[in-house]
Design a binder for this molecule. Structure first.
Ligand code: GCU
Length: 698
């Protein structure tokens, strides 16, 4: 999406844009790494768009007489209010105060041929630069003439809704990536940091262009070697990577191993209340800051899926997090503490333990006990990134605690970047969900952005989907998820349609048929995937461990707490207060009541909340069993149609990308049949109820 493809075919020649007067010179007057990046990006982008490389000047380097000339020349001027008098002077104080921090203003004075990008911070200037390039590329396809198009630059202000907009890499130092579907790590190779910083810099560009401002660079499951990232063994390497991201305004975080004081520090305990343990973290953290002064902090997975944590010492998660918070506080660092805590050694015979309850049960009693620089990171749903599950009831349940929402861009349960699954509509649905925590209008997006409870720290985190693949994401169209995540983190009000349209135009150009077909594919893909996989919110039904492909009972008799309880009478998990695990009570009454009753529970979540007979009639008018059959037949037909839609684009898309996607879509359609037949056959055999339409079920 940073191709700025002036060479791609346009809707019609009439729309070909002439270079605006300001596009030939870019001026800055402050020396700051991120401002320099903004200059480079503008210069590179404008050259691609208009075929002429603009001159770039630092006013501070210019001779006096040259300065006067530059001061009146048509140009793009960029800078911060405090670092660039020439930029600040072009705005009134009231105008400047319309944006804060990473927000920015873009304004054009057409008569003078000047376009200004100003912000309080260098990061804001960089985001403004990317905004300008994005809009110019989008304009190439607009129906307006050049003159109309530039008028829109009269005064643009943008402010990110979320302060923290983070990416989590699940990369291991051996070069593998946990749940990675796009090749090996771009960060590590065979136990060492990669020497190819170029790819990392390209990644920083990609991320910054969408508005991302933080990254953790190693897996949340921190093994022995990665525990050493905090030590001399690796710190200088970490610092080099941090420098690449710093140039793009992105702060680097590390995942730390909770048991580090023992595993690498030689202590006998990792008890958070032990003085020696606390001292160890203080000293180690000071070393990290000596190497990386703007280090972001630690991301922690503790007492989760066999990782160590404070429970070992009969301490709770506030004790654990606060210990690290104390070590980070002097440097302005943050502890991001994950809430993915549940019993992963459950006895499947035990019907009273409900994994969905776990995060809420563990964390709500701790509300108000976490230090100020601790943020809880909460997965969007209470289970684990299924194609459909309820939203986590922890949002809106901890008024006095900082929270960020965690999404999964990598498609662990949503087709592993072999199936097309554009996830933005799913994220939108979660963000728009009203928790009723403070009455109507308490949407999750207002908890994630900190506004509902006026929290000092908040935002978005998500597990990345990139790897060393040439196209970054395995499936070329899966790039739309990375792009969409960044855009949504910046502004959750953008629609899934707008984001898809933007990504497609930036990536493939503006030809109508391409835009129509590819956005259509993206926007229908999530529903299609849901249609042929696990039905009605029940989730799972995948092969254990690698999680690809259908296996209805794959997790049914396992320790992971992920069951569907299908028998010859019915299916689903009873999570009601009345007769089930009581999970519904974790929501505020408006939602709790809605989910508690089969009459009001939405169809798409019926099996997440209720155990019902196959003959239960949904609001759609269909029985559960007929719904299962219909959606699975339909899902396959839709997957085949996706492949066909793409095939029609031959000759209109870069041939390498075309054939890669064509083969992926073909395989998706084939694999969808495997899903359809296994699910339909399984439920036909369990229920003994025939398909009303008498289609083939084995
Ligand atoms: C899922 C995933 C694991 C990951 C875990 C987590 O369970 O399968 O690979 O480590 O989530 O989020 O910590």
């Amino acid at each position: 999406w940073l191709g700025y493809h002036s060479e791609l075919p346009r809707a019609n020649e009439f729309t070909k844009k002439t270079a605006p007067a300001w596009s030939k010179l870019i001026l800055a007057e402050e020396n700051h790494g991120v401002i320099t990046t903004a200059l480079t990006e503008l210069s590179r982008g404008l050259e691609r768009l208009y075929g002429v490389k603009p001159s770039v000047s630092h006013l501070s380097d210019a001779q006096e007489n040259e300065r006067d000339n530059l001061a009146s020349a048509p140009a793009i001027r960029i800078g911060t209010w405090t670092g660039s008098d020439s930029v600040a002077g072009l705005f009134s104080e009231t105008e400047r105060s319309t944006v804060q921090g990473e927000g920015y203003i873009i304004r054009e004075n057409e008569t003078e041929g000047v376009l200004v990008i100003g912000s309080e911070t260098p990061q804001g200037v960089l985001y403004g630069a990317f905004h300008l390039l994005r809009e110019l590329t989008m304009d190439q396809g607009s129906a307006h003439k050049a003159d109309d198009a530039v008028n829109k630059w009269s005064f643009i202000t943008e402010q990110p809704t979320n302060a923290l907009r983070m990416i989590n890499q699940w990369d291991n130092v051996d070069g593998s990536i946990e749940r990675g579907y796009a090749g090996e790590s771009i960060f590590y190779d065979n136990g060492e940091f990669t020497l190819d910083l170029g790819r990392i810099r390209d990644y920083a560009r990609l991320l910054a262009s969408t508005g991302i401002n933080a990254i953790s660079i190693n897996n949340v499951n921190v093994h022995r070697r990665e525990s050493l990232f905090l030590t001399e063994r690796y710190l200088s390497d970490v610092a080099k990577v941090a420098a690449e991201f710093r140039a793009y305004g992105i702060r680097l975080f590390l995942c730390a191993n909770y048991a580090s004081p023992m595993e690498i520090g030689g202590l006998r305990t990792a008890d958070p209340l032990d003085a020696q343990v606390r001292e160890w973290w203080n000293i180690q953290t000071a070393k990290v800051y000596a190497a990386i002064p703007d280090f972001g902090g630690y991301l922690i997975k503790a007492d989760s899926e066999n990782r160590p944590g404070p429970f070992t010492y009969n301490r709770d998660h506030a004790d654990g997090a606060n210990m690290l918070a104390e070590a980070l506080r002097p440097f302005g660092g943050l502890v991001i503490w994950r809430c993915f805590v549940y019993n992963c050694k459950q006895d499947w015979r035990d019907r009273s333990t409900d994994r969905a309850r776990a995060a809420y049960d563990h964390f709500t009693p701790l509300d108000g006990r976490f230090a100020e620089n601790v943020i809880l990171q909460i997965k969007n749903g209470p289970m684990d990134f299924q194609v459909r599950e309820a939203v986590s009831p922890l949002f809106g349940a901890m008024e006095n605690t900082n929270q960020v929402i965690e999404f999964q861009i990598t498609q662990e349960y949503t087709g592993q970047q072999r199936h097309l699954c554009y996830l933005v509509p799913q994220w939108k649905e979660v963000l728009d969900f009203d928790t009723y925590a403070k009455g109507e209008g308490s949407e999750i997006k207002r908890i994630a952005d900190g506004s509902l409870y006026k929290r000092p720290y908040s935002g978005f985190a998500a597990v990345s989907n990139i790897g060393a693949d040439a196209c970054w994401t395995g499936h070329p169209l899966a790039q739309a998820n990375l792009y969409g995540y960044g855009r949504l983190a910046w502004n959750p009000e953008l629609s899934a349609e707008e984001i898809a349209d933007e990504w497609v135009r930036l990536t493939f150009g503006h030809e109508d048929e391409v835009v129509r077909r590819v956005t259509g594919m993206l926007l229908t893909s999530l529903d299609i995937y849901e249609n042929y996989t696990a039905p009605l919110g029940v989730g799972w039904m995948v092969n254990p461990e690698h999680h690809y492909g259908p296996n209805v009972d794959g997790y049914e008799y396992s320790k992971w707490g992920t069951y569907h309880f299908a028998d010859c009478h019915g299916i689903g998990v009873d999570r009601t207060v009345n007769s089930g695990t009581g999970y519904t009570s974790q929501y505020h009454p408006e939602n709790a009541d809605r989910y508690e009753s089969v009459d009001t529970c939405p169809d798409e979540l019926i099996l997440f909340f209720h155990h019902v007979p196959y003959t239960h009639v949904l609001h759609s008018g269909k029985t559960v069993i007929q719904h299962i059959y219909d959606t699975h037949f339909e899902g396959v037909a839709q997957a085949e149609a996706l492949a066909e839609t793409w095939r029609q684009l031959e000759g209109k898309i870069d041939p390498v990308i075309f054939s890669k996607v064509a083969s992926l879509q073909y395989n998706q359609a084939e694999h969808a049949k495997e899903w359809r037949d296994m699910i339909n056959t399984y439920f036909y055999r369990k229920s003994g109820i025939a398909d009303e339409q008498d289609r083939t079920i084995y």
